[in-house]
Design a protein around this ligand. Sequence first.
Ligand SMILES: Cc1ncc(COP(=O)(O)O)c(C=O)c1O
Length: 383
Amino acid sequence: MKVPLLDLNRLYNSIKEEINKAIEKVLISQHFILGEEVKQLEEKIAAYCGTRYAVACASGTDALLLSLRSLGVKRGDFVITTPFSFFATAGAIHNVGAIPIFVDIKPDTYNIDPKQIKDLLDKKSFHTKRLNVEISRIKAIIPVHLYGQMADMDPINNIAKEYNLDVIEDACQAIGAEYKSKKAGSIGSTGCFSFFPTKNLGGYGDGGIITTNREELSLELKKLRVHGSERDYHHLSVGYNSRLDTIQAAVLLAEFPHLDDWNKKRQENAKIYSDLLKDIEEIDCPHVAGEHKHIFHQYTIRVKNNKRDKLMGFLTQKGIGNKIYYPSPLHLQECFNYLSYKQRDFPVSEKAAEEVLSLPIFPELTDEEIEYVCDSTKSFLVD
Ligand SMILES: Cc1ncc(COP(=O)(O)O)c(C=O)c1O
């Protein structure tokens, strides 16, 4: 048996006619940029997330970048985030001229640890080897809802209020996830989503969207995505070309009615995995923190005792797709050498990078396939 990490063909085949019809409609309209479907998608996503506005853009990375810009984060400012995320989270901070300040994660959820944010802010200033960070120049916090489970948002928001910081939710992996019955993207100043094809709601190319309750931000975001212009050839600020293609919006609209079912299937698959793997001593199954709805963008286990890489090799040999998200924490990336972070600065993230392993979790996975993955894992670690 072969079990891929992800099989987008199965998803496409299950709704092929709806998708093809949606794309054909755009082809007939020939309205490829900011067409009607983009507006419809923005309304649907805002209503789904429970926010007043949603502004579509070209990618999740741009959603972060435009959010930072709309909130006035600029050269010389600092932004707190997690070192255990996809590169784009810190890359967007760098690309607005600001400096990422990392705070370690919690070992069970892999999300940023609010207590450590508070400890950092309670100092008046601190030094890395080369940087003198004045707390007053920290402008925002970007918690990442990693693997489909939201960060611990209440304490993060309380800290943000105390220090007058904006919160940008990196919800790129978490569309439909909930924290205390509030949807991802509805709690911060903005919420950033990615429609990268592998995401729980994935387009047929790059795409993203920003949710917000603040009208002034939604207006600024709409300007920033078209070169900072409100009307043709009149530019109040220098923005970007960052629009969602109408074809992408049409695909996403066709998929959207299935999103909750797909997320439910992922949760059911996760339950089967956790039931079958829970007794293996060398594995920690994903921890779903209280009052969270985890939508399992990834099903990520922790493999202890230095066995992760060997297990990976074994599963690959058995035809089972698997991947490490993420093998190298962001503070150790070469491009951030200028921040002078070093090994062991964020031990929880570094340990996670050595131990995590994601297994196939996509909605169309069969029970037999999950059993095969679990039997293979057991045969390597237990038998
Ligand atoms: C946590 C996180 N942030 C940001 C991004 C960037 O999204 P995109 O690839 O759409 O630019 C992704 C997705 O790849 C992500 O997983």
